[in-house]
Design a binder for this molecule. Structure first.
Ligand SMILES: *Cc1c(COP(=O)(O)O)cnc(C)c1O
Length: 413
């Protein structure tokens, strides 16, 4: 779509704003705080409202600073278009508000981010039938499909147990059946993996995590990869059908989810996320290397019962992760032997912070069953393979030896 030469991942992020449209030579896209946009000719205002002319109308539906970030995310995902939201959950919610109707069927991985699991209960109560299956094998997805299945939803690497969805085969199955394949790419980020390469039609990123990267701003994005044929999707309303097929999905999401529900990203947040995104490759290279070092050290220790990290050859989907991802991610989880209490262990860590969140520059730890997965209850936790002693580690960019020393000293009471 762009006339610029094709640069590498980081070069593209760094120079995209400047090369597109230089406002006073500004290297960063400026923060446009105006909520309304004035037109000299009232006919232009009308043309914008009638989608006959491009332009901004009101901040809830679009903003130049937010648009620049959306274009950056589209570039990172190799997609067709993106819409930014106030949070990652708003981006996930948008898919269902805008694209699913009562009586539709959704097949989802059962290894899910906790709040997505909770959202599924909400939409199930509102009349969308949700089937949860083990997505590490395409056969489970295929067996769950019904004539009403509109969408298959998976995460790349599941948090906290790091199960990896059978991404390529699920993508092939969805293409063959004409079903929309939606991938939450938060745990890998577009730096480690582009879901477009396995046939995803829509990609979700929580920008709060690795893309912004510094735990100081919330955001989310939905990217249309351009692969899905919206002309064949039944739930597109008549007024969006008038648009070219490629635009129909995102136009409906922007109107029905962003405009009508209003979880819009602020221009200030968009600016902070864009600055964070400049260093994602550098941060993730370091985080993934640190995660590998820590996971390897813990796995070799007799006081540790289990370590779940796709980078370890013992991980059930290690080969799949090797084939699909640039590196194995910045998150792992582990279980201590019963003689070490997980709370005591966490309290002995001097560097790692007891906090929820992931994809941050600082290493964060959390006892999963007692916090983020507490609400769902013991039975559902068991189904997701979450032991009571499971500790999740989101690995930061600290110096490797400092992390190794910290996690090792905490093993000794
Ligand atoms: C954090 C997260 C989300 C939600 O993102 P927020 O920005 O916190 O709303 C969604 N999916 C996954 C996999 C996440 O880790």
């Amino acid at each position: 779509m762009s006339e610029l030469p094709t640069y590498g991942f980081t070069t593209t992020i760094l120079h995209s704003d400047r090369q597109k449209e230089i406002e006073h030579g500004s290297v960063h896209k400026p923060i446009h705080s105006s909520v309304m946009y004035g037109y000299k000719d009232a006919r232009d205002l009308a043309a914008v409202f009638q989608n006959k002319q491009s332009g901004y109308r009101y901040g809830r539906q679009g903003n130049p600073t937010v648009s620049a970030l959306e274009e950056k995310i589209t570039g990172m995902e190799g997609g067709y278009a993106s819409i930014a939201f106030a949070t990652g959950m708003a981006a996930i919610g948008a898919v269902f508000q805008a694209l699913l109707r009562q009586g539709d069927h959704l097949v989802s991985s059962s290894f899910l981010f906790g709040n997505t699991n909770s959202l599924w209960q909400t939409i199930d109560a509102q009349g969308v039938d949700v089937a949860m299956v083990d997505a590490t094998s395409v056969e489970h997805i295929a067996a769950a499909l019904t004539p009403a299945t509109r969408m298959v939803f998976v995460e790349t690497i599941a948090n906290p147990r790091t199960q990896i969805a059978d991404l390529k085969r699920i993508g092939d199955l969805c293409r063959e059946k004409g079903i929309l394949f939606v991938v939450d790419n938060t745990m890998t980020s577009p730096y480690l993996f582009q879901p477009k390469t396995v046939g995803a039609g829509l990609v979700i990123n929580s920008l709060t995590k690795s893309i912004a990267g510094h735990g100081n701003v919330l955001g989310g994005a939905l990217t249309d990869t351009g692969l899905f044929d919206w002309a064949a999707y039944p739930n597109i309303a008549l007024n969006f059908r008038k648009q070219p097929a490629q635009m129909q999905g995102m136009s409906q999401v922007r109107a029905k989810a962003l405009r009508d529900f209003g979880a819009s990203l602020s221009p200030d947040a968009a600016h902070q996320i864009a600055v964070g995104a400049e260093t994602i490759a550098l941060r993730m290279d370091r985080e993934c290397a640190n995660a590998m070092a820590l996971a390897s050290m813990l796995e070799a220790d007799p006081r540790v019962a289990a370590v779940h990290y796709p980078g370890l050859p013992s991980h059930p989907q290690h080969q799949l992760a090797t084939d699909l991802f640039r590196a194995y991610g910045a998150l792992f989880s582990f279980e201590l032997k019963p003689e070490i209490d997980c709370f005591d262990y966490l309290n002995r860590l001097k560097l790692a912070i007891n906090a929820t969140h992931l994809g941050d520059t600082r290493t964060l730890v959390i006892p999963v069953a007692h916090t983020i997965f507490f609400e769902m209850g013991a039975e559902r936790r068991a189904g997701m393979g979450i032991a009571d002693s499971l500790i999740r580690v989101s690995v930061g960019i600290e110096d490797t030896q400092d992390l190794l020393t910290d996690f090792a000293q905490a093993l000794t009471a």
